[in-house]
Design a protein around this ligand. Structure first.
Ligand code: PAF
Length: 306
């Protein structure tokens, strides 16, 4: 279902000051209350929170924590309040449309954070914000927190992790940061490293319909992992953005550490939801294509899963 559309133009009205911006109390609107959006809302429950859903439905969610305790979260819909942070946790492919759906409200926003898997959407958003002369700072982030949607309204917190954020264009961060986020100055490199691992584990687990650990324990799957990891590693070298680790070893280690998990792509496939692979393997294919390089294994997997 598309985000409710409003003209993708940012009005020129000047920003009214945001409410208190001390470290403890930030005002945050979360666009996309799926697994990670709901989990962040729970982490940030002491802040002033707003939600935005695709169909403007009530932002009512339940988070089941790691002790199996259910927490009910009700977020008022973000309307025209000035906010410190707009956090976008939609799928990568929905990012720009989601942001454009709140274009009228962007003069009220100080910082925009894209917290998602994949690459490509950050630059799309950055280009669009510049065209619109939007003055909000653009941040990007990645998270290793484990959460999955049990149903439309219930999210399970499956495992603790870290969430790193950084300004998309190198500048000095000046904002107060919501709790649980660590600011780094090499976010693009970190996003590339995560993308590389996702480019290996996610399509393979979806094609083989297997849990992450089977990529290590099953000979045929392990061989496929090695071949795909080699292609992805070489792709980054050709792009002159070499990974500073061995991707085969790292992917095997991550698959082993998350052995019991179903990757997010396998979950999407099993629930017949669109996957994020166009912004993972698809992103790599498009980057390589600009240098006339083919990525046959990536292309085949993407075709199998489209
Ligand atoms: O997308 C995912 O599921 C995760 O990023 C990963 C690392 C593949 C583990 O399941």
């Amino acid at each position: 279902m598309p985000y409710s559309s409003s003209p993708p133009q940012i009005p020129t009205a000047s920003r009214t000051p945001a409410p208190s911006t001390d470290e403890a109390t930030q005002s945050i609107a979360i666009l996309g209350l799926g697994a990670i959006g709901t989990l962040m809302a729970w982490h940030w429950r002491e802040h002033v929170l707003y939600g935005i859903t695709r169909d403007n439905s009530r932002c009512q969610r339940t988070l089941i924590d790691q002790q199996q305790t259910a927490h009910s979260l009700t977020l008022p819909t973000w309307q025209h309040e000035a906010i410190d942070w707009l956090v976008i946790t939609t799928k990568a492919s929905a990012t720009l449309e989601a942001l454009q759906s709140v274009a009228n409200q962007l003069p009220q926003v100080q910082n925009i954070l894209l917290l998602q898997n994949g690459m490509g959407q950050q630059q799309q958003v950055s280009d669009w914000l510049s065209q619109q002369q939007c003055s909000a700072n653009l941040w990007a982030g990645i998270s290793t927190e484990g959460a999955y949607r049990q149903n439309t309204e219930q999210v399970v917190y499956a495992g603790s992790g870290d969430t790193h954020i950084g300004l998309w264009q190198a500048q000095h961060p000046t904002a107060s940061i919501p709790n649980g986020l660590t600011v780094v100055d090499d976010i693009q490199q970190r996003i590339r490293a995560k993308l590389a691992i996702n480019a290996v584990i996610n399509p393979l687990t979806a094609v083989f319909r297997c849990r992450n650990g089977e990529l290590v324990s099953h000979d045929e799957y392990r061989q496929a992992l090695k071949e795909l990891a080699t292609e992805v590693q070489q792709c980054f070298e050709t792009l002159q953005q070499p990974l500073n680790f061995d991707l085969t070893e790292r992917s095997l280690a991550v698959a082993e550490a998350t052995a019991a998990n179903q990757s997010s792509t396998l979950q999407d496939v099993l629930h017949q939801r669109p996957t994020e692979l166009d912004y993972i393997n698809g992103y790599l294919i498009r980057q390589a294509q600009q240098l006339n390089i083919e990525l046959p294994l990536n292309r085949r997997l993407l075709a199998q899963l489209s």
